[in-house]
Design a protein around this ligand. Structure first.
Ligand code: MLT
Length: 313
């Protein structure tokens, strides 16, 4: 009977799915934060199911003598050493669709939070200040939203934004003109053109060698004066120091970040700045999304271990 270790907090239903499909499952959600213990026991398992706390490093993978598959309940596989896994013939799979809506909704929530300064107004009102004239906002309607990366998540953001009566422009080398028309967005060929036109910019692309520091200091300087930037994608896509400077100098009216170059982010250059909204990587944190990704990864990993069927690898 194949044996799977779940080393992060996955929904209980994932455990049930593995068991229903004849897989022995060991649910140890605290192990993701205990790499030494994980390294000790990983050799016993055929499958490893993780969210983001577990770091499947080369050292862990080197100890995984029986491992056949690593499943990431979520989209990003940046917590898994892909080269180490593939050199040992270990298949790495993710769930690219299960949390798209949830993450898109977080980006839209961040946009509203910025436009109406809701977090600061909330803190002030709780403090009994009633600062009615301090929190002047801007409307979303009629503004231009620049979506960088218009795949599973970016396309949901784009369609929600169209529903909010925004003008949506999108940069994504993989976006066809036909798909752009279906979504009701204008396809932009160069990132810089999007940056000079957008009132709000939102990022929805993975961090790779090509996309790291995509929004460099030079590019941030090209953003429209008074624009607002939202990053619910990955830390490291944006020069955080440059964003902090741009907000302090008033070049950007605000920024909302859910992801950071170093996580967990206990400190960051953006923390404590007025007009900066921050959340602790909550993009996929809804009960619906977590259930979706847990079920999907359990199904995919079981299918692989039982029948060799590969999806989303
Ligand atoms: C993902 O990659 O699925 C999201 O960033 C969610 C997460 O890591 O918690």
């Amino acid at each position: 009977m194949p044996k799977v270790l779940i080393s992060d907090a996955l929904s209980d239903q994932a455990v049930a799915i593995f068991r229903d499909r004849g897989i022995e499952v060991d649910f140890q959600p605290a192990l993701g934060k205990d790499p030494a213990r994980l390294a000790e026991i990983i050799g016993d398992y055929d499958g490893l199911a993780v969210r983001s706390a577990t770091k499947a490093t080369a050292e862990i993978i080197a100890r995984a003598s029986n491992l056949k598959v690593i499943g990431r309940a979520g989209i990003g596989v940046d917590n898994i050493d892909l080269a180490a896994a593939s050199s040992r013939g270990i298949v790495v799979m993710n769930t690219p669709f299960g949390n798209s809506i949830t993450t898109a909704e977080h980006a839209i929530a961040m946009m509203f939070a910025l436009a109406r300064q809701i977090p600061a107004a909330n803190a002030s009102t709780h403090a009994g200040k009633w600062e009615k004239s301090r929190f002047m906002g801007v409307e979303i309607t009629g503004k231009t939203l620049g979506v960088i990366g218009c795949g599973n998540i970016g396309s949901v953001v784009a369609s929600r934004a169209c529903g909010l009566r925004m003008k949506v422009i999108a940069y994504d080398p993989f976006l066809s003109e036909t798909r752009a028309r279906e979504l009701g967005v204008e396809k932009i060929e160069e990132v810089d053109d999007l940056l000079t036109r957008a009132d709000f910019v939102t990022l929805h692309l993975p961090k790779t060698e090509k996309t790291a520091n995509l929004l460099s200091r030079e590019r941030i300087a090209k953003m429209k004066k008074g624009a607002r930037l939202i990053n619910c994608a990955r830390g490291g896509l944006v020069d955080e120091e440059a964003v902090a400077d741009a907000v302090r100098e008033g070049h950007l009216a605000g920024a909302a970040f859910d992801v950071f170059s170093v996580e967990p982010a206990k400190e960051n250059v953006l923390f404590g700045l007025d007009n900066v909204v921050v959340t602790p990587h909550l993009g996929a944190a809804t009960s619906e999304a977590q259930e979706n990704v847990a079920l999907q990864i359990a199904e995919q990993m079981s299918d692989y271990l039982n029948y060799g069927a590969i999806s989303n690898a």
